[in-house]
Design a binder for this molecule. Structure first.
Ligand SMILES: [Zn+2]
Length: 104
């Protein structure tokens, strides 16, 4: 769990370094400026996905500390071992996850 968190924090650093504001003062062509902005946009999307994941991991670690880890945060049923193995930071069981995705 700790190792996973460190790994994600590492990739956060990498993703963040790609989100520096585009320097519009640089004498680059219009096309490459568009490219730079596109890249920045993609990097930012990556950062927010990682941030969501980090938040999930933080609450999973809190759940470990309080002894509620491995139980769905919505229906309080145990989350399957296979599911936890695939995504140790997952906050809800497969059924609740499927429901929340349907609503999106
Ligand atoms: Zn559930």
């Amino acid at each position: 769990m700790e190792a996973l968190r460190r790994e994600i924090q590492g990739s956060m650093e990498t993703a963040r370094s790609g989100t520096r504001p585009v320097d519009l003062g640089l004498p680059i062509g219009r096309l490459s400026r568009m490219d730079a902005m596109q890249q920045q946009h993609m990097a930012q999307a990556g950062v927010s996905a990682l941030e969501r994941r980090l938040n999930q991991i933080a609450s999973a670690l809190a759940a470990v500390a309080s002894g509620t880890y491995g139980f769905c945060r919505r229906c309080e049923e145990p989350i399957g071992y296979k599911r936890l193995k695939a995504g140790p930071e997952t906050p809800s069981c497969l059924r609740c996850q499927a429901e929340s995705e349907k609503r999106r």
